[in-house]
Design a protein around this ligand. Structure first.
Ligand code: ZN
Ligand code: FE
Length: 253
């Protein structure tokens, strides 16, 4: 197995570093500085970079990391990624040579058109698609694409750990509570997350089971969520329409 190291970057980004022995793989290095610090401090060699999508806060550090290593760069073939050496479309299994860990690559378009998620031993690195308590904005895809992508992720085993790329849980849950004020697991989570944040701790990762119980974007078939979406102008009870109405509501929440 491997260890996962959480590296904070910018205001609220997380860069995930996987380490096994002396080798490391890093996911979405928006900034090289904090990654180089960890590599140096822990005496690790960077063997691979996994990129979920093209936004700068996820790939801005690649060029500087490649000056210090010969890491392979895995990322979406459909997007412009610095130093991309292993273009992917989703559906592949990749095994960065350095680490000897297998990653399943999952296409999750919506936030961007080529967005990928990486799954290794129950650890899901999903960038800006599924967030703890919420989901990413739809910049390049359609609500239907994003809904399909989230459904694909929601179908993974309950114990899957969701490693998203931002610390957005607290504000996401404020919205979730507006959707489902009577959801008790959600209310419990809000209290836990508030306590966690007040001592400066991270709320990521979280299990998929918790997401399915509290994240409104994964609960589009629930009567309470459907009713809330209806009040916001959802066109029908179809889960995808419920999702589209929720996403639009959240954009202006
Ligand atoms: Zn993004
Ligand atoms: Fe981002």
């Amino acid at each position: 197995m491997f260890d996962v190291v959480r590296i904070s970057a910018f205001k609220d980004n997380y860069i995930w570093l996987l380490r096994k022995g002396g080798s490391a793989v890093v996911v979405d290095p928006g900034d090289a500085g904090p990654v180089l610090e960890v590599l140096k401090r822990e005496g690790l060699a960077l063997g691979a970079i996994l990129v979920t999508h093209h936004h700068q806060d996820h790939q801005g550090g690649i060029a500087a990391l490649l000056e210090h290593s010969r890491a392979e760069v895995f990322g979406p073939a459909a997007e412009s990624i610095t130093g991309l050496s292993r273009p992917l479309g989703g559906g592949e299994t990749v095994r960065p040579a350095s680490l000897g860990i297998e990653f399943e690559v999952i296409a999750v378009p919506g936030h961007t058109s080529g967005h990928l998620a990486y799954l290794a031993a129950g650890h899901l690195f999903c960038g800006d698609t599924l967030f703890t308590g919420g989901c990413g904005r739809i910049f390049e895809g359609t609500p239907a694409q994003m809904f399909d992508s989230l459904s694909r992720l929601a179908a993974l085993p309950d114990e899957t750990q969701v490693f998203c790329a931002h610390e957005y849980t607290e504000s996401n849950l404020r919205f979730a509570l507006a959707v489902e004020p009577d959801n008790q697991p959600l209310r419990d989570r809000v209290a836990e997350v508030a306590a966690c944040r007040s001592r400066g701790a991270a709320t990521v990762p979280a299990t998929l089971a918790l997401e399915k119980a509290t994240n409104p974007f994964l609960r589009c078939s629930e009567p309470a969520v459907r009713a809330a979406a209806k009040r916001q102008g959802a066109l029908s009870d179809e889960p995808v329409e419920v999702f589209a109405a929720l996403r639009a509501w959240k954009n202006s929440f």
